[in-house]
Design a protein around this ligand. Structure first.
Ligand code: ADP
Ligand code: MG
Length: 401
């Protein structure tokens, strides 16, 4: 369905056209009538499915710009998502008189307070920590909030914000609409939905536990010492647009950056240890294509939208299936094809098995398939005579051989 088939005001339609949004994505189509009608909502859809605009469009429509008060409140887990959400609202609202504003940690609180006190703000996008600070400072009023949104709710809970969210929600005393968006539905989200939503409509466009089909999943069984050489060789054989490389810890990001920067041009790194200005500038550079490679800890994996990422590399094996989905969800967005490439060490094999089973992933091995090695000694002897590894599907091997 096209946006033009909705009863949207002409100025919003114009902005959407300028952004290149004509067809609604499935989650946008499914949620619009519910949000517009004022009902509470619990919506599940894959990362990259357009949840931001699904929510932002009807939210902007609900705001009365003549009323100088916060009418929409959006909670997001990280500063980066806060800026990204804000940017999307700014674009959609560019032809209206609706004013959004973002507050997040790592940015001068005094400036945020001055803006909130002196200027008009209709939609506030915030990370929970900074929002609570501002609430304690007594400069926020939620008296006119019509709609509260918990975006990337699974990530919000993962970073330990459950109590903060419940506190913030308890500060909206009057009846209002609450919307919850998430990419997954673990038990704690069910609890949050139960606590914060009233007779919500449930919409799920998730095919449970299956990784998106737009991504091909490659794995390399490697000794840690070989990873560097193997990664360079793999990338050299690929048509690369932009690459995100994930490590499990900040110090690993630093170490990898130092060792690999001489081999890969246009590379930088990002983790939560960097000051906010630096993180924002790296994100801008990556988004505008000035960087080709970005090494990151999981701060960059949380819902950030980089639409030109052709390859996601898991330098370290992800902690669990959720993390794998979140990281690899940075590629293969909006119908584009993407590739995920994950290093597996001997120690990761149990987690690897669990991952492919739970996410229904068909792995393509680059090099040897360790699962063949783990058979019985009898099998191993037979296999040795036949072949030392199970061949990858044709597509996966083409460029690496
Ligand atoms: P999610 O929050 O579900 O992970 P986003 O809201 O970040 O997804 O959207 C992913 C990408 O899709 C963004 O680049 C966004 O600009 C784009 N997008 C969203 N809706 C549309 C649409 N209707 N038409 C074209 N592109 C869209
Ligand atoms: Mg999102």
């Amino acid at each position: 369905m096209k946006f033009s088939e909705l009863d949207l005001p002409a100025n919003i339609l114009k902005a959407l056209k300028k952004m290149g949004y004509e067809e609604m994505t499935p989650i946008q189509e499914a949620t619009y009538p519910v949000i517009f009608a004022g009902q509470d909502l619990c919506a599940l859809a894959e990362t990259g499915s357009g949840k931001t605009a699904a929510c932002a469009i009807p939210l902007i429509q609900k705001v009365d710009p003549a009323l100088n008060a916060i009418q929409g409140l959006v909670l997001v887990p990280t500063r980066e998502l806060c800026m990204q959400y804000m940017a999307e609202i700014e674009k959609i609202a560019s032809t209206t008189a609706v004013i959004p504003y973002a507050v997040y940690g790592g940015f001068d609180k005094k400036i945020q307070i001055a803006k909130l006190k002196q200027e008009e703000v209709h939609i506030l996008v915030a990370t929970p920590g900074r929002l609570i600070d501002l609430l304690y400072d007594g400069i926020l009023s939620f008296a006119q909030v019509k709609c509260a949104i918990l975006d990337e709710a699974d990530e919000l809970l993962k970073v330990g914000f459950l109590e903060d969210i419940e506190f913030i929600m308890s500060c909206i005393l009057h009846e209002h609409q609450t919307l919850l968006f998430s990419a997954t539905m673990p038990d704690d989200i069910k609890k949050l939905a139960h606590d914060c939503l009233r007779n919500p409509k449930h919409i799920s466009l998730i095919t449970e536990r299956t990784a998106p089909e737009s991504i091909e999943h490659y794995f390399a069984y490697s000794h840690p010492k070989q990873k560097h050489t193997e990664l360079i060789r793999y990338l050299a054989g690929e048509e690369v647009d932009q690459v995100l490389i994930f490590c499990n810890a900040r110090h690993k990001v630093d170490t990898l950056f130092r060792s690999i920067r001489k081999d890969l041009k246009d590379i930088d790194y990002m983790h939560a240890g960097l000051i906010q200005d630096k993180r924002s500038s790296i994100i801008r550079k990556f988004r505008s294509g000035k960087l080709r490679y970005l090494i990151a800890s999981d701060v960059a994996g949380k819902g950030l939208d980089f639409s030109h990422v052709s390859h996601v590399i898991n330098w370290d094996f992800p902690r669990d299936g959720e993390q794998y989905t979140h990281r690899t969800g940075r590629t293969g967005r909006m119908g584009r094809k993407g590739k995920a490439f994950t290093f597996v060490s001997k120690h990761d094999l149990p987690s690897f098995r669990k991952l492919i089973r739970s996410r229904k992933i068909t792995p393509c091995w680059i090099g040897k398939d360790p699962l063949c090695e783990n058979n019985t000694p009898q099998d191993r002897r037979t296999q040795k005579r036949k072949s030392s590894f199970r061949p990858c599907p044709a597509e996966g091997r083409k460029k690496t051989e």
